[in-house]
Design a protein around this ligand. Sequence first.
Ligand SMILES: [Zn+2]
Length: 150
Amino acid sequence: MQNGNTNKIWELLDTVPDPEIPVISVVELGVIRNVEYKKNTYFISITPTYSGCPAVKTFTDDISNCLKTNGIENFELKKVYSPAWTTNWMSKATKEKLKKYGIAPPSDSIICPQCDSKNTALISDFGATACKALYKCNDCLEPFEFFKCI
Ligand SMILES: [Zn+2]
């Protein structure tokens, strides 16, 4: 595919799951800032989420592999650090998916994804990854992860 169809690139990127939250794609996460076609090359701008998050390396590899598998070799991934990624870039639909997956989406109030209770308590500032904190629901007693707001 050499015709500069950036929509096709977006479609392919939307099939690449976030390495930590497989129910959402890297596009839904909001880390793909731009796709441009210049001089026979697709330039894909990526804004990493939490700096130092080990997932960044994984998802840039996953993106490269996905494009190559689909016969696209003429691309360059460039990391863009400004403006910094924020959880505001996640769509409402994406937050809904997170909740269904059992992760409390970024929000001002931390709500149990299982029973919608606001009666929750912080267990640990760091869950499985630095991007998430571990909480417990005082009503249904289920522990859950909260995707931290930044
Ligand atoms: Zn609960």
